[in-house]
Design a binder for this molecule. Structure first.
Ligand code: ZN
Length: 459
């Protein structure tokens, strides 16, 4: 039996949050929500890697545009595994999520707690903004990933809610409220590591949203080794210098953070086996993300089909800039920024402002890192053209708002402000002028429509 309503997912919303909002909006019990959505009373809800999607899909309202594939790609964490698993395995895992239940799904991943944080987490700024934009808060996928301690959008520390990501929660659907109790994480991050850990969040976010093609583990190892060699971490004989690598790695990440990532065994050389032995088992993508950040390589380069065969690139504090193909990187980044800006602008629905933070989140690179960005002149130029100053963005909002306003000669200035979501607190003279022009245009069209109707022959 179909349900009569299902919430529209918000950007990056977790599947669990979606179910919890369904329950909260329907004002029904947890049990009833599970019966409505899956037809089963005793059902474990996957927190980040759910199952039974076909079953849910068959119950969605007829006009729903959601499909199991959309739910998997946009609302579960499966995409972080995509670049590390062969496409046949990817299809197998997707099939399990579509046709089998959540318990069966979790059997395919070793220890779910290695992938997600202990508590459901939020970014205090996202919480406020979501409330403002959508009228309710929700859980973001990126904030739940273990190893992500900063919000990639706002660069602020994530906060724990009082809801644990445990077995008990997996059977409940609890939506977060705007008054949710928020607790600071127990471990402190020294200031000097902030930049590094923001890069972890950005890299993970890029993987989650861009889903690069799978790179064979043998080839991936070759790429890692190229980068390690340039850092002086491969001996002349071609062996990995484990001790140096461990030492450098521990310098790059604070120990408290590695413990939080469940990687306190970092001293154990086996942690680095992913860069020596090809492995067909599912490796926690966090290992790869930490390695990428350690090697200062951006995911779009590591997974690029034209990663150099012999010549090595990648950069780090120990590398000189001569070794880096900055021209190539400059072109790659500049093109990607243009592409993202175009995509954002052509997206249907309410306009989204193109900001540095938005580009960083979509591209997965710290664009405020002056050491890095000062070497990329083309990228800098592109940034200057695509980043929207507030007034320019307001013009786009006006254009959108005008379409929403019913053509009416009585339309008022305040009505237009409301439709365009422009605050009444003194818009700049240029914006005021654009609003007045838009308003006059609406009135003129309304009047001419009226005349036409009046003059239309009556037969
Ligand atoms: Zn945020």
């Amino acid at each position: 039996m179909s349900i009569s309503f299902f919430p529209t997912p918000y950007p990056d919303e977790t599947f669990y949050s979606l179910l919890a909002r369904y329950r909260s909006w329907s004002r029904i019990s947890n049990l009833q929500a599970k019966i409505d959505l899956f037809g089963k009373r005793k059902r474990k809800l996957g927190l980040v890697l759910p199952g039974d999607l076909e079953n849910l899909y068959s119950r969605l309202p007829a006009d729903s545009t959601l499909s199991p594939q959309i739910l998997i790609d946009n609302h579960t964490i499966l995409p972080i595994f995509y670049p590390f698993i062969a496409s046949s395995d990817r299809t197998k895992l997707q099939d399990v999520m579509v046709h089998k239940d959540s318990t069966c799904v979790s059997q395919h991943f070793a220890g779910m707690s290695n992938y997600i944080s202990d508590y459901q987490r939020v970014c205090p700024i996202c919480l406020e903004k979501d409330e403002e934009c959508y009228g309710e808060p929700y859980l973001h996928r990126i904030h739940q990933l273990r190893g992500v301690v900063y919000c990639p959008d706002h660069k602020v520390s994530l906060l724990n809610t009082n809801i644990k990501n445990d077995h008990k929660s997996a059977y409940q659907c609890i939506a977060i409220s705007k008054n949710v109790e928020l607790v600071k994480s127990q471990f402190e991050i020294p200031k000097e590591y902030e930049n590094t850990l923001c890069k972890v969040a950005l890299t993970y976010n890029w993987l989650l949203n861009n889903q690069p093609e799978f790179v064979e583990s043998k080839e991936l190892i070759r790429r890692y080794r190229c980068l390690l060699q340039k850092c002086g971490l491969i001996s002349v004989g071609g062996n990995l210098k484990f001790n140096n690598l461990t030492k450098e790695f521990k310098k790059k990440f604070p120990v408290s953070y590695l413990k939080e990532c469940h990687y306190y065994d970092i001293c154990n050389n086996s942690w680095f086996y992913i860069i020596i032995y090809p492995d067909n088992n599912i490796v926690n993508p966090l290992r790869h993300v930490l390695l990428m950040v350690f090697l200062d390589v951006i995911p779009q380069e590591l997974f690029s089909s034209d990663f150099p065969n012999v010549q090595v690139f990648g950069f780090g504090p120990w590398l000189t800039t001569k070794k880096m193909d900055w021209g190539k990187r400059d072109k790659l980044l500049s093109d990607e920024i243009k592409k993202v800006a175009e995509e954002v602008k052509s997206q249907p629905g309410w306009p989204i402002r193109i900001t540095k933070a938005l580009l960083e989140r979509r591209i997965g690179i710290c664009l405020y890192d002056s050491n890095f960005i000062s070497k990329l002149q083309l990228t800098q130029k592109t940034l200057d053209t695509v980043i929207e100053p507030i007034d320019i963005f307001r013009f786009r909002k006006i254009a959108y708002g005008v379409n929403l306003l019913k053509l009416d000669k009585k339309s008022s200035f305040s009505e237009l402000l409301r439709k365009c979501r422009i605050g009444t607190d003194n818009p700049s003279p240029i914006v005021k002028m654009a609003l007045m022009e838009a308003l006059n245009a609406i009135k003129e069209v309304a009047i001419s429509n009226e005349k036409e109707t009046f003059n239309a022959p009556t037969n």
